[in-house]
Design a protein around this ligand. Structure first.
Ligand code: DX5
Ligand code: ZN
Length: 215
């Protein structure tokens, strides 16, 4: 199980130290939530701040775009050489073209599904992506309540991956904590994003270990 702390819940006045601390605490990826105030009712950070995050980080970046005009934002973040760039299927007319564009630039492409978007929408995309991110909250804010229906969706996605003989990771994002992590892992999740749970804990390392089910 890989853990990707969402820096949305980090102390932005102390970002450099927060990134270093989370890397030392044993995370696998740094999850960066980019919101544009249009696709979601919140506005976060752009490439200037993410560049500083990349500089402080000793772990690869996982950039989650929650934006309109995906191509514009993808091109802003490609030069920072993240491991993953994921974008929402609900907001893209030509997902296969954008997936190809991201891969051609040496970054692993991923696709994101909102809680209401069915797994069947991935039928002709699944073989082309390196990761599918299932939202377990409505995107826009950290610290929201986990939507349990995602457990069933993980199982359906695992079936589709097997049926198509695809090779992509399953990531889950929103309301993840040490209590629901075992169910998510059992259902077939590979990467768990957690913001509030990790950054509000007394020990980042212990919170990460709890999600990884290492006691
Ligand atoms: C929500 C973001 C999530 C969020 C996760 O729109 O995509 O990454 O920050 O935070 P928690 O774990 O607090 O729900
Ligand atoms: Zn996210």
């Amino acid at each position: 199980m890989y853990v990707a702390p969402s820096i949305l819940s980090a102390d932005f006045g102390n970002l450099d130290a927060e990134i270093k601390a989370i890397c030392e605490a044993g995370c696998d990826l740094i999850h960066v939530d980019v919101m544009d105030g249009h696709f979601v009712p919140n506005l976060t950070i752009g490439p200037l701040v993410v560049k500083a995050v990349a500089k402080a980080a000793t772990k690869p970046l996982d950039i989650h775009l929650m934006v309109q005009n995906n191509t514009f934002f993808v091109d802003l973040f490609l030069p920072l050489k993240p491991k993953f760039i994921t974008f929402h299927i609900e907001e893209e007319k030509h997902p296969l073209r954008l997936i190809d564009h991201i891969r051609q630039n040496g970054v692993s492409p991923g696709i994101v599904l909102n809680p209401h978007t069915p797994i069947s929408s991935l039928e002709y995309i699944i073989k082309e992506v390196d990761m599918v991110l299932l939202m377990s909250v409505n995107p826009g804010f950290g610290g929201q309540k986990f939507i349990p229906d995602v457990v069933e969706k993980i199982k359906l996605l695992r079936e589709l991956i097997d049926k198509k003989n695809a090779k992509c990771l399953i990531e889950v994002d929103g309301g993840v904590n040490g209590l629901n992590a075992p169910d998510l892992e059992e259902a077939g999740a590979d990467v768990l994003v957690a913001g509030n749970y990790i950054f509000s804990s007394n020990s980042y390392a212990e919170a990460i270990r709890a999600i990884k089910l290492e006691f």
